[in-house]
Design a protein around this ligand. Structure first.
Ligand SMILES: Nc1ncnc2c1ncn2[C@@H]1O[C@H](COP(=O)(O)OP(=O)(O)O)[C@@H](O)[C@H]1O
Ligand SMILES: [Mg+2]
Length: 502
């Protein structure tokens, strides 16, 4: 970033007439955005017509009023879409858009172009995806280095965080459910795309873990948020900057590599079990916990039944297994009727191999991406839950790995999955986690619920992968093998997680 840009960003001259509030701003951008937004990987409303946007807020991170100079605009918008599914908040999903504005964009940035508004305050200038422009990425980092307010936004920084200035930023190659920028191999900024009012668990949980001195999760160094609309409301997290674990490899790729050369993965899985238990222990120590008794267990089982019924309606191949699968949820509810209770706490919520990183030097595992399952409402994701739900999800991920790629489904790979699952559970229990093998009712219910979720996801997005969760469905419906250590037939990363969303 040039000095000029940085100076302009922090200046608020009397002649600076902000775009914010200009009534023509959104109408002039809407035709471009209704074309561009649905093509983005992070757009959650695929398959439904996008008819327009409502503007929630507009902030100039770099003034956009000078027609001869580059600008950077942050918009929070609500998408207007046809036939919203039940999970969509009334009025549609909200998104964060970071738009560059330039009078004469360099040809290298051609792939970033969104379009040229035909009117309004940005008339004739090029509007483009700001996160593909190194200069604007650098400006965003500069903003995060200096805490303070800007319009509706607030930039925050941990007092002891050492964030050097001038680190070059580049978007990560794999676009997932959000957009991430890596700064000089030292930091990674995750820009949340679909936003909901309130603190994002991907800030809340890593901060709590940092306070608890749990080093398994990169500690947030800075973040930015939109102020609450009314008094007493919670700010909305928009982005989090955390240390980049350079040279680490993600667990999904490591597992596939091991499978490709028929290598054992039990040592890694056991160590990952340790890491997961450490994170769960620290979360239980620092954030609210609760005890799930009969009424709560009945509600959880009823929700699982509902998801199963809805999925069986949408994916008829599930129908023949429905009655048998229901027994898993009934068994969970029955534990409450028997007077048993289960501890609940904050959990990862979307744990799978793609959310783990292993360092190259010491082989030390870290967990990332604490947002939870992106399709579930924020309030639900922030609720305490049994920690074994994360364990069940990770076991499903080992199954997915064993059923994908060239070795997919071969008996050796299935045995690999069985041993790997066992090793993970062993490691989890050794490091102080509740032994998953001692809670078969919980494990079976959560594994079944996850497999049902995967069936719906694969049927909708990747029909070629449907055989993977269906193999688990057959095993779980048979119910003649314990959930842990049992093996069932299928390929992929976690379905419907950010890795799997298509
Ligand atoms: N702290 C980090 N160090 C190194 N790589 C990271 C880090 N955080 C995320 N990544 C990489 O970025 C990818 C996306 O990050 P993630 O937080 O999972 O975002 P999303 O919600 O889009 O899935 C990860 O799969 C991982 O490869
Ligand atoms: Mg992720």
């Amino acid at each position: 970033m040039s000095d000029t840009a940085s100076t302009r960003a922090t200046r608020n001259t009397p002649d600076h007439r902000p775009l914010v509030g200009a009534p023509e701003l959104l109408p002039s951008l809407a035709p471009l955005l209704t074309e561009w937004v649905p093509r983005q990987r992070w757009f959650a409303g695929k398959g439904r017509l996008l008819t327009g946007f409502t503007l929630l807020s507009a902030t100039e991170l770099l003034p956009c009023t000078d027609p001869g100079a580059p600008g950077l605009l942050l918009l929070l918008v609500r998408a207007q879409q046809s036939a919203p599914p039940s999970r969509t908040p009334v009025g549609g999903d909200c998104y964060q858009l970071l738009l560059g504005v330039h009078p004469a964009l360099s040809p290298q940035l051609a792939p970033a172009v969104i379009g040229r508004p035909g009117g309004g305050p940005l008339h004739g200038r090029t509007v483009y995806d700001a996160l593909l422009d190194n200069r604007l990425c650098a400006l965003l980092l500069e903003r995060l280095r200096v805490p303070g307010r800007l319009g509706a936004l607030r930039f925050c920084r941990e007092p002891d965080a050492d964030i050097p200035s001038g680190l070059p930023g580049r978007p990560i190659a794999v676009e997932q459910s959000n957009s991430s920028i890596v700064y000089g191999d030292s930091f990674i900024l995750k820009v949340f795309r679909r936003i909901e009012p309130g603190v994002n668990p991907d800030l809340e949980l890593p901060r709590a873990l940092a306070d608890a001195k749990c080093a398994r999760v990169p500690a947030p160094a800075a973040w930015y948020e939109a102020a609450a609309a009314g008094e007493g409301g919670e700010a909305t997290t928009l982005g989090v900057l955390q240390p980049f674990l350079a040279g680490s490899a993600d667990g999904w790729q490591l597992a596939l590599n091991a499978l490709a050369v028929r290598a054992d993965f039990t040592g890694s899985a056991r160590a990952l079990g340790h890491a997961t238990a450490e994170v769960h222990t620290a979360l239980a120590q620092t954030l609210p916990t609760t005890e799930l008794r009969r009424p709560q267990l009945e509600v959880i089982a009823a929700q699982m039944h509902e998801r199963l019924d809805a999925t069986a309606r949408a994916v008829p191949v599930l129908q023949p297994y429905r009655a048998r699968l229901r027994t898993a949820f009934d068994a969970l509810a029955a534990t409450g009727h028997d007077g048993r209770s289960w501890a609940a706490q904050r959990i990862h919520g979307d744990l799978h191999l793609g959310q783990t990183l292993r360092s190259a030097d010491e082989g030390r595992w870290s967990l990332i991406d604490f947002e939870g399952e992106p399709a579930r409402p924020l309030a639900e994701r922030r609720r305490p839950q049994p920690a074994v739900r994360d364990v069940a999800a990770m076991l499903r991920s080992f199954d997915y790995a064993a059923r994908s790629g060239p070795a997919g489904g071969d008996p050796w790979a299935l045995e690999w999955a069985r041993r790997t699952r066992d090793a993970f559970c062993r490691g989890y229990a050794e490091a102080g986690g509740l032994d998953p093998r001692s809670v078969p009712e919980l494990m079976r219910a959560y594994e079944t619920d996850k497999a049902v979720y995967e069936v719906l996801y694969e049927a909708r997005h990747r029909p070629d992968w449907l055989s993977v969760p269906m193999a688990a469905i057959r095993r779980l419906a048979a119910g003649d093998e314990p959930a842990v250590g049992a093996e069932g037939p299928g390929p992929a990363r976690a379905a419907g997680s950010d890795d799997g969303r298509g």
